[in-house]
Design a protein around this ligand. Structure first.
Ligand SMILES: [Zn+2]
Length: 167
């Protein structure tokens, strides 16, 4: 396994649209295990392949405290969504900043496992937020896109300041 470098905003590669996965091979398995290692090490609760500069529709998540509920979604698509919730989101591509984003409360998603087996996932609450956030990455969208221009520029300034302090 290996840690992968995570792209940070405003890297233009974060705007890339990921292509569907068509080959389910050991290279894909390797990518998924490297993504988990990178996400756990960061630490984060979700990671899209886009964030590690691999533009294929792959995402990994684990929102459990014990790091025991891992999910891999290949070629995910939303079948149904309902309700709404506001949740404070962060992102490994935006170190140190958090913002409230409104999203669907519940989502039903169709995806494939790492071996290509199709499955469906019906979730609500924080995991539904995470899925929607990570799926956005696969189409080149990031969570600050949902904020007002003023809120967004304040947050990005704060992120820059933190980046300079830690440099
Ligand atoms: Zn993110």
């Amino acid at each position: 396994m290996a840690l992968l470098p995570i792209l940070e905003f405003p890297d233009p590669r974060l705007r890339t649209k990921a292509a569907p996965v068509t080959v389910f091979d050991t290279e894909l398995e390797q990518l998924v295990s490297n993504m988990f290692e990178t996400m756990y090490e960061a630490p984060g609760v979700g990671l899209a392949a886009t964030q590690v500069d691999v533009h294929r529709q792959v995402l990994v998540m684990d929102m459990s405290e014990e790091r025991s509920e891992s999910h891999v979604l290949i070629n995910p698509r939303i079948l149904e969504k309902s309700g709404e919730q506001v949740y404070q989101e962060g992102c490994l591509s935006f170190p140190g900043i958090y913002a409230d984003v409104e999203r669907a409360l519940r989502v039903k998603v169709a995806a494939q496992r790492v071996d290509g087996t199709p499955f469906e996932l019906d979730v609500e609450g924080p995991l539904a937020v995470c899925i929607q956030h990570e799926m956005d990455h696969l189409v080149g969208k990031v969570f600050v896109d949902y904020l007002s221009p003023l809120k967004r520029s304040l947050l990005l300034k704060r992120m820059e300041k933190k980046r300079r302090q830690s440099a």
